[in-house]
Design a protein around this ligand. Structure first.
Ligand code: P6P
Length: 328
């Protein structure tokens, strides 16, 4: 079994990027330990705080965020970090080369019911010729600029899915504390019979999404001429891991509950890193209309509508949306 850092060195990955990824894994190992302890460590349950997203923070949201922030900013390679749990970016070494955005504990509504959660991260570089001042503008780069992206899924086993722009590989956390290569050159099957969406929002979707999902539910008798299965874990990391492992489609579309927001998920530390992984594994990742990684960010906590996964199925979803957009 190959160690993560040796695998990256064999791939001739930029040594400073290897160092940063190792630093990220230090934080994720600490988070994995806290999760494993759960009730025994008194880390379950909620705090009295609400984050910038308007969500009640779980104790482990705060713990995971503090671990990520401390470990990353302690590395002089890091210029700054932007977190789902922080109102504004936090800056470190002014000479640092890298910017890291992250969701420290995605799916945290699942913590108290002991269902899989994960840490999602995206690595950008300080743009050449950038102003020396610390500014959120440094982070506002489209997903195509990402140097690397990944997640650690804290499930029955802790698994890192990582891309540095040369495919997707997965590493499992061993009892020794090492991440060992367990899946090389992961690819998403082009076709699928499995979709993931929160059906309770159906009455709020656009016509294109309502029609598309209704046709999936019609099965072999309907326009799609095949029967589908449905999943909904309410943890994006778990949904994307399933898709990288066996294909599928995951979508959290715009809905009329908050018509001025494009969607629930966040572009900089959910949409973009997951899109890089899915595209590097041969899938598609869209807003239901365009490639997520080409969206130009305007704000650090900007939302985005997401439809990603098996490329042929995502193309069908795009066609439904194009047709109904044209009709409107
Ligand atoms: P809902 C978790 O809070 C998250 O950001 C994603 O991980 C997940 O896919 C989605 O929200 C779940 O949202 O509305 O089904 O609870």
């Amino acid at each position: 079994m190959q160690l993560l850092s040796n695998f990256l060195k064999h791939k001739k990955t930029d040594p400073e990027l290897v160092e940063l990824i190792d630093t990220l894994m230090l934080a994720c190992k600490e988070i994995a330990l806290q999760l494993r302890e759960g009730e025994l460590a008194g880390v379950l349950g909620v705090t009295e705080n609400t984050n910038v997203q308007g969500e009640t923070q779980k104790k482990l949201d705060v713990i995971a965020n503090e671990v990520m922030k401390k470990v990353l900013l302690d590395n002089p390679l890091v210029r700054g970090v932007a977190s789902e749990e922080e109102d504004d970016p936090v800056f470190g070494n002014p000479e640092g080369r890298f910017l890291v955005t992250y969701d420290p504990l995605d799916g945290s509504s699942n913590i108290d019911i002991n269902v899989s959660v994960g840490t999602i991260f995206s690595i950008l570089e300080v743009p050449p010729g950038a102003e020396p001042s610390d500014s959120v503008e440094l982070f506002l780069q489209p997903g195509t600029q990402q140097l690397a992206a990944g997640y650690v899924l804290y499930g029955p086993s802790a698994v890192l899915a990582l891309t540095t722009g040369d495919g997707v590989n997965m590493f499992t956390l061993a009892h020794t504390g090492d991440f060992l290569l367990t899946h090389e050159d992961v690819t998403v099957p082009a076709e699928t019979r499995e979709f993931a969406i929160n059906m309770s929002n159906q009455r709020f979707w656009e016509v294109g999404m309502q029609t598309y999902v209704s046709d999936l539910l019609a099965g072999s008798e309907g326009p799609r001429s095949k029967n589908y299965n449905m999943r909904w874990v309410a943890s994006m990391v778990a949904e994307v891991h399933r898709i990288l492992t066996r294909g599928g489609l995951f979508t959290y579309p715009w809905d009329s509950r908050e018509p001025n927001k494009p969607g629930k998920l966040r572009l900089m530390y959910e949409g973009n890193p997951m899109s890089m992984l899915i595209e590097q594994a041969g899938g598609l990742s869209t807003t239901c209309y365009e490639r997520i990684m080409e969206v130009q960010p305007e704000q650090i906590h900007q939302r985005v509508s997401v439809a990603l996964g098996s490329r042929e199925e995502v193309k069908v979803l795009l066609a439904y949306h194009q047709k109904h957009r044209t009709e409107n």
